[in-house]
Design a protein around this ligand. Structure first.
Ligand SMILES: Nc1nc2c(ncn2[C@@H]2O[C@H](COP(=O)(O)OP(=O)(O)O)[C@@H](O)[C@H]2O)c(=O)[nH]1
Ligand SMILES: [Mg+2]
Length: 460
């Protein structure tokens, strides 16, 4: 794939009213296009000072009509976001000025940028690895402190370094297996890789991949939030507790059983972690058709949860949801007693004794304790560590890493059990390196780039 030769333009700032709007140009013609709007005083023909903004009147090249007064900021290749010549035109905010400036840039020879095209160019010019480019999108989409910090760490190359450290010895091994290299001090006849050496390299790579993948679940919780599902009998107080935790009336509460029929979700921030709370339909053996559909959804949500809050009324601690909690080891179950304000002290003490978190949505009893228990169940400390390591890979990365691990294990088996010939091992290793290479974009196809950059907005 060759570097692009055309010049692209787009509004880089969000649409809507604001103090400033920035139009961004990138490509070999960026300076020439911007010069036709801003004039030679702002952008001289030679010795353009890079990274220095100048005030300028922007005019339409066709008829000289004044479009806006603003700043012109050239950033010369290769010291720019895309690695190409970039010019930013800072206009007045709102949509009108920026739109007129973009139109003038198109008249002057630029073409409209596609989604993520600036970042795609940054990748093609080696300014960013593919996982770093994805971190740019994550950073833009991040709504929470932890997700934002994680994206920044990944942007600074956390994941790229880890994957590179796994790839290095494997690439060297491949070269040796292919006979391209000889061990130092050995003659060509002895150049074949000894089996124990081969196994040692494969084992080290397997261990490193396992360590990385062990963070996959924490990584997902950092990116998406921790899924918490409230489960229990009708009237157990699920919707009331859901509202109390959120400190807002999000879900409908009523004395009539079966009020909640669909899953209602809302985000709760606590201790730097985002929890996605899911209020569900109450579980009971009988119930109408719509209610049954609601129960099916409740069970589905519980199966996909990180934490299930199993609620029961302190007046009646039997819980029909008990059998609906997936036995899966990945789900943490917290038993919660509700309506503590209606029960006497002895009953409350007994429930605590039995390990339940005793709460009241009415008077706020136990809510702090429940939030603390949620934070612990979510392994909040580990989430922060993973975010700081920059291991917050997405599903695409996880799939590639998992595939690489599987193929590595298969290769190890071939070598250990059957002493696979060098050509066979080399072939398998090349496949593994292709999987790993797709994480950082060391190996990429047009299809892969299309998939990755489709998530981006125009102007990024
Ligand atoms: N006294 C008291 N009543 C509650 C409490 N939580 C819920 N309720 C009442 O119990 C009934 C059912 O509550 P709701 O939240 O709709 O239960 P859900 O069916 O599990 O969602 C309503 O009449 C609520 O007002 C509580 O902590 N204290
Ligand atoms: Mg409800």
């Amino acid at each position: 794939m060759t570097a692009p030769h055309d010049t692209i333009v787009a509004v880089a700032t969000a649409a809507g009213e604001g103090g400033l709007a920035i139009v961004r140009l990138s490509g070999p013609g960026a300076l020439a296009v911007a010069r036709r709007l801003a004039g030679e005083r702002a952008l001289p023909r030679r010795d353009v000072p890079s990274h220095l903004a100048r005030a300028a009147t922007l005019r339409a090249p066709a008829d000289g009509e004044v479009l806006d007064r603003g700043l012109v900021l050239p950033m010369l290749a290769p010291r720019s976001y895309t690695g190409e010549d970039v010019v930013e035109l800072h206009c007045h905010g709102g949509v009108l000025c920026a739109r007129r400036v973009v139109r003038a840039c198109l008249d002057a020879g630029a073409r409209p940028a596609g989604p993520g095209e600036f970042t795609r160019r940054a990748f093609l010019n080696g300014r960013l690895s593919l996982d770093q480019a994805e971190a740019v999108a994550d950073l833009i989409h991040a709504e929470d402190e932890l997700a934002g910090r994680a994206a920044l760490r990944q942007l600074s190359g956390g994941l790229r370094r880890e994957v590179g450290a796994i790839e290095g010895p494997l690439l060297e091994l491949l070269a040796r297996l292919e006979g391209g290299l000889e061990f130092e001090g050995e003659d060509a006849a002895a150049a074949a890789v000894p089996r124990d050496r081969l196994l040692a390299v494969l084992d080290a790579a397997l261990a490193a991949l396992a360590a990385l993948l062990a963070d996959a679940d924490a990584a997902r919780r950092v990116r998406e939030g921790v899924h918490v599902v409230l489960l229990g009998a009708p009237n157990a107080g699920k919707s009331s507790l859901f509202n109390a935790l959120l400190a807002q009336e999000r879900a409908l509460v009523d004395a009539e059983p079966g009020t909640t029929r669909d899953v209602v979700a809302a985000r709760l921030r606590h201790g730097g972690v985002v929890f996605v709370l899911h209020d569900t339909a109450g579980l009971r053996p009988d119930g109408g058709r719509v209610e049954s559909l609601g129960m099916a959804r409740a069970r589905e949500a519980a199966a996909a949860a990180d934490v299930v809050l199993l609620l029961s009324d302190l007046a009646d601690l039997t819980n029909p949801g008990e059998g609906d909690v997936p036995a899966d080891a990945g789900v943490t179950v917290l038993r919660v007693a509700t309506k503590a304000d209606l029960a006497d002290a002895a009953r409350r003490a007994a429930a605590r004794e039995a390990g339940l978190v005793v709460t009241s949505a009415r008077d706020g009893t136990g809510l702090d304790e429940l939030r603390a228990a949620l934070l612990e169940a979510a392994d909040g400390g580990r989430l922060r560590e993973v975010a700081d390591l920059g291991h917050v890979f997405n599903e695409r990365h996880r799939h590639r890493l998992a595939a690489a691990r599987e193929e590595l294990a298969a290769l190890r088996g071939e070598v250990a059990l059957r002493d696979a010939p060098a050509e066979v091992a080399a072939g398998l290793l090349a496949g593994i390196l292709a999987e790993l290479g797709e994480v950082t974009g060391r190996v990429f196809s047009e299809h892969l780039l299309g998939e990755v950059f489709a998530r981006f907005c125009v102007g990024k």
